[in-house]
Ligand binder design. Structure first.
Ligand SMILES: O=P(O)(O)OC[C@H]1O[C@H](OP(=O)(O)OP(=O)(O)O)[C@H](O)[C@@H]1O
Ligand SMILES: [Mg+2]
Length: 182
């Protein structure tokens, strides 16, 4: 698997440093609020579990599985709910945790949904932001790092469901895609 990686963009140490910084901001902003922290499966799983372990305060976690991508690097533009939340967001301070904001379609949809469901507040914490690709108007409140317009994998992010278990974030060699197309 490591052989498929062209370059490492963020090492395990880089990710740890980013997570620690964001957790400190969250602890400050959500003190006494008992936020509902929502992990958007599957991509955000690694980031969310690392992030909440660095926040020394009361919070609740929940999971939602939505998908707008198939086994492709391009969004289909359609957001599908594959698994809804267990908890109600009504009157809660909701923090959506994402691995990446790319076109913004996923989060645009979720922001609107949680507001309709009468959340008290809805904020976004994303490990990565890829603003060059934005189509839907989405602004993340907490951003780990801004990434160039490249398809990234690892630390939860997949290409065709692979590479989520890489402990760092990197870019694939072009022949990995070429192989799939052939
Ligand atoms: O800003 P967007 O263009 O909407 O893209 C970002 C979303 O796409 C990816 O998820 P995906 O739908 O591929 O599902 P996954 O998390 O299960 O990989 C990623 O994890 C984000 O949730
Ligand atoms: Mg994906």
């Amino acid at each position: 698997m490591e052989n498929d990686i062209l370059k490492v963009l963020y090492s395990q140490q880089d990710i740890h440093d980013i997570t620690t910084r964001l957790a400190a901001e969250l602890r400050r902003d959500y003190a006494g609020k008992n936020p509902l922290v929502i992990c958007i499966l599957k991509g955000a799983i690694m980031f969310m579990t690392d992030l909440v372990r660095e926040v020394d305060d009361y919070l609740e976690i929940d999971f939602m599985d939505v998908s707008s991508y198939g086994n492709e690097t391009e969004s289909s533009g359609e957001v599908k709910i594959l698994k809804d939340l267990d908890a109600s967001v009504a009157h809660r301070d909701v923090l959506i945790v994402e691995d990446i904001v790319d076109t913004g379609r996923t989060l645009h949809y979720l922001m609107a949904l949680f507001k309709t469901r009468q959340a008290n507040s809805v904020k976004i914490c994303t490990l990565m932001d890829k603003p060059e690709r934005r189509i839907a108007d989405v602004h993340a409140d907490y951003v780990g790092t801004t990434v160039p317009n490249e398809f990234v994998v690892g630390y939860g992010l997949d290409y065709a469901e692979r590479y989520r278990n890489l402990p760092y974030i990197g870019v694939l060699k072009p022949e990995v895609y070429a192989h799939d197309e052939g």
